[in-house]
Design a protein around this ligand. Structure first.
Ligand code: SF4
Length: 187
């Protein structure tokens, strides 16, 4: 199985989720949000196809990470490959964050009758959902680019049957925090 990626794996990120994280930038996104920071990741033909087994091998060599962040692009356009990678990251005892332009509610609809979508959701710890909305943009938000997006505890949400946002990420970034990077826009 192959995954289409926009670039190499990016280890040691401290801005794409909590802790020290390796980011996998998937290629391809159909949301086309106005003001998107990564429009070069929209095309489903750009980037390169990589064997998922090779991605796993490269991940196994990266040390000192708390988790992986699946971003893009939108990982939810490549469910099967992202499922395999998320599963493997849990084997490495990494946590899994995933950014998507779909809302939780849309993902619930997509998951009906799609076992791999359900399985992928089971392998995600934190989901940052919803399109980037330029009019809701703020540089003060933790781990997200616009106020409409939610940082969701996936497993608690699945258990309860409704969206459970993670409270500690709902406030604004503290001034002087290591996470404060004014020019960075989360997608
Ligand atoms: S902000 Fe994210 S979801 Fe929106 S177009 Fe860009 S990559 Fe896609």
């Amino acid at each position: 199985m192959e995954i289409r990626v926009a670039s190499d794996l990016q280890p040691d990120s401290i801005v794409d989720g909590e802790g020290i994280r390796t980011v996998l930038w998937t290629q391809g996104c159909g949301h086309h949000c106005k003001g998107c920071h990564n429009p070069e990741t929209w095309s489903f033909d750009a980037g390169i196809n990589v064997d998922v087994e090779l991605v796993k091998k490269e991940l196994s060599k990266i040390k000192g990470q708390d988790g992986i962040t699946l971003s893009g692009g939108d990982p939810w356009f490549q469910i099967d490959a992202c499922l395999e990678i998320a599963k493997y990251c849990h084997e490495l005892e990494w946590n899994v964050w995933c950014y998507t332009g779909f809302t939780w509610e849309q993902i619930m609809i997509m998951s009906k009758g799609n076992p791999n979508a359900c399985a992928f959701l089971q392998e995600i710890d934190v989901l940052v959902d919803g399109r980037f909305q330029l009019e809701e943009r703020s540089l003060d938000l933790k781990y997200k680019g616009s106020k409409n997006q939610r940082i969701i505890d996936v497993q608690k949400s699945l258990e309860s049957g409704s969206v459970v946002e993670i409270e500690k990420y709902q406030g604004q970034k503290e001034i002087g925090s290591i996470y404060h990077k004014p020019e960075h826009i989360y997608i």
